[in-house]
Design a binder for this molecule. Sequence first.
Ligand code: HEC
Length: 200
Amino acid sequence: MRLPQFSLRFAWPLPLLLSFLTPSVYPEDVFDFIPLGGRTLLAKALSNRPPADEVKALLSARQNTEEWQRYLQEHGKAITGLKALSPKELLTLADYLSFNMPLPAGKIPANLAQANWPKLLPLDGRDLVLDYCQGCHIITVVITQKRKKDAWLGTMNKPSHIQIKLSREQREALASYLILNAGIPIDQVPEELRAGGATY
Ligand code: HEC
């Protein structure tokens, strides 16, 4: 009766292996329900080529979230793409800008009209969740939780998460995005992402 034991010993890593492989088999648009982050929102706002001095001023300023909210309101006339964003998107964008502006001078493209903004701008909280929060569990564990900052940072500082290669600043930016955009009701999560989503 040694054979079954032998084969079990080699079978146990299989579920673990499958859970690592799963995210890559989802169709790309399965994540469309997760609200856009600041990188994409800013790229959208800049896509109809606002005046170069407006773009430079925005990319060169350092402000907190509230100041950015006011700034975005005041500059809606010049940066007309901002008008297409909802109040919640404007807040998500203001929050992103507070973490990522000013861009280092070398990162501001010389030819603003030709800039490929989605590629050029720093990753936002949504990007970080997709890149760093699916390796060990389904993304549903993350984006269905409604939490405050301390609770998000608390999880990311647990032994199970501390080794994730995110800087302190990235953890803060990630938490900030999740405070505004997580807490998505489970019935808005696509079926294929629900299985196992409530196991924690
Ligand atoms: C290295 C593996 C790993 C990665 C990567 C990972 N998690 Fe987890 N996560 C776990 C484990 C293990 C648990 C269950 C045990 C626990 O909570 O420590 C868990 C549970 C959770 C929970 C529910 C329980 C709690 O403590 O709040 C949340 C929320 C969570 N993870 C968020 C995240 C976020 C956000 C990310 C991306 C930054 C992430 N996880 C990436 C391993 C991981």
